[in-house]
Design a protein around this ligand. Structure first.
Ligand code: ADP
Length: 176
């Protein structure tokens, strides 16, 4: 049995370059592209991604939908809509946890073995980075405990602060 902590890795880099089965997009509810990681994914995947997304008719906050990866190295893109931070009393924590859980459920359904997440909601949506990191690591660990798929989860950080917060959350959850 592979330990849960060995199935989660924090890495720094650009998610669009990763050779994984699926990358997760921190999308907005239109699913028609935007700034940040969403813009980077749409630019790298190409116009056909937008065409497929138009047919999805949007996505609610805390939910996830899947498309093909087109020109990305990843075969699949799982689009999830994180909560906009509004002070913490509007269900933001459970909506963010739901983004991770629903994305992992889709990954399992599509027999995805390797998946990479950005730090959902911590950019334009303003969710406090440390708090978001704790939710990300604990929700992923909880899911992996009960599921063999995905086998491996990468948490991708784009800046140093996110990396530090994810590493600390990882150490906290796994007591390493
Ligand atoms: P949200 O609207 O959910 O806050 P953003 O795209 O604004 O989404 O930011 C989410 C996180 O993704 C931020 O931590 C940001 O630094 C990071 N990010 C932006 N571009 C990339 C990229 N190409 N690869 C990985 N992470 C990225």
């Amino acid at each position: 049995m592979v330990r849960i902590s060995d199935r989660i890795t924090v890495i720094q880099g650009d998610i669009v370059k990763l050779e994984v089965d699926a990358v997760v997009n921190a999308a907005n509810s239109t699913l028609l592209g935007g700034g940040g990681v969403d813009g980077a994914i749409h630019r790298a995947a190409g116009q056909e991604l937008l065409e497929e997304c138009k047919g999805l008719k949007g996505c609610a906050t805390g939910e996830a939908k899947i498309t093909k990866g087109y020109f990305l190295p990843a075969k699949w893109i799982i689009h999830t809509v994180g909560p906009v931070w509004q002070g913490g009393q509007k269900g933001e924590d459970s909506l963010l946890a739901s983004c991770y859980r629903k994305s992992l459920e889709l990954a399992r359904e599509y027999t995805i073995k390797t998946i990479a997440f950005p730090a959902i909601s911590t950019g334009a949506y303003n969710f406090p980075s440390e708090r978001a990191a704790g939710i990300a690591v604990s929700e992923i660990a909880k899911f992996l405990q009960g599921n063999g798929l995905p086998e491996k989860v990468f948490l991708v950080c784009f800046n140093k602060e996110t990396c530090r917060n994810l590493q600390e959350a990882f150490s906290g959850v796994f007591e390493v």
